[in-house]
Design a protein. Structure first.
Length: 275
């Protein structure tokens, strides 16, 4: 299969643009997800890719071509550009229309099997802020970026798929670090740890906890099922419970032993009778 020929809804999908197409991309990453290696071309894209993973996206497709999947026919985006009154990006060698791409297309699958697809462009704000001293008629720089994004938005609207623009102002390196810590850290086996008993205890403790109470304080709390755990194992237990969504955590707060308990919330209290 030739590069970029894969339909993003098929298992044999390949991105239209790959890291190998660039001589140097020091900020690029290859991230495994659901049997594929998803590429991100920048730190911003990596941060957003982690957000998609945390949000439970079943499939994540990178650098999806806005063109016919078999012939790379770009008539659709060329027509959109003509309607907008702007020039379509072209190849520098022969002036032919070039294929535009969307950074990510994500698909969520509900419990009843229904699929929801959403397309995303990830761009730094500095590429979108227009210098008032520049001529709009030149359609260069920031204007061209905005032009291409509008073509992209209208393309996906025509496909009946929601499209969103994500900027670095929407992203957080703290959230990225937390998500990677929860999703990627090796799962340590904890002896004599009763998950249900701990969650029930934690729910009760959080209801009366002081504003200054910290995660590490739980190891010394009266009646805590985690009393026999070391401080490190207690933090690991909570990490694992956050990772499996038994505990909600404010991802904008750095996860560490001294984090305030106000950043935690037990999603549901399990029945100890069913243990």
């Amino acid at each position: 299969m030739a590069k970029g020929q894969g339909n993003y809804l098929k298992s044999d999908y390949e991105p239209y643009i790959t890291i190998h197409d660039f001589s140097s991309l020091g900020l690029a990453s290859r991230i495994p997800h659901n049997g594929r290696i998803v590429q991100s071309m920048s730190n911003n894209e990596t941060a957003f890719l982690r957000e998609l993973q945390w949000a439970g996206a079943h499939d994540i497709y990178d650098q999806v071509a806005l063109a016919d999947f078999e012939e790379k026919n770009v008539d659709h985006t060329v027509e959109i550009a003509r309607h907008l009154g702007i020039s379509h990006p072209v190849h520098s060698k022969d002036g032919s229309p070039s294929v535009l791409t969307t950074d990510f297309v994500a698909r969520w699958i509900s419990a009843d099997g229904r699929a929801e697809v959403h397309a995303f462009a990830v761009k730094p704000v500095k590429e979108l802020v227009v210098d008032p001293e520049k001529s709009e008629t030149s359609r260069t720089g920031e204007y061209r970026t905005i032009d291409k994004l509008e073509i992209e938005r209208r393309y996906w609207k025509g496909q009946g798929i929601n499209w969103s623009l994500v900027t670095d102002h929407d992203l957080s390196q703290t959230r990225k670090a937390n998500i990677e810590h929860f999703l990627l850290a090796p799962k340590k086996a904890l002896e004599n740890f009763d998950k249900k008993a701990f969650l029930a205890f934690l729910a009760e403790y959080l209801a009366v906890a002081r504003r200054t109470d910290k995660l590490e304080d739980l190891a010394h709390a009266t009646g805590s099922p985690a009393h026999d755990l070391t401080a490190a194992d207690l933090v690991e237990a909570v990490r694992q419970l956050i990772a499996d969504r038994s505990i909600e955590f404010d991802l904008d707060v750095k996860f560490e032993p001294s984090v305030l308990l106000s950043a935690l919330k037990v999603v549901s209290v399990p029945s100890l009778e069913s243990a």
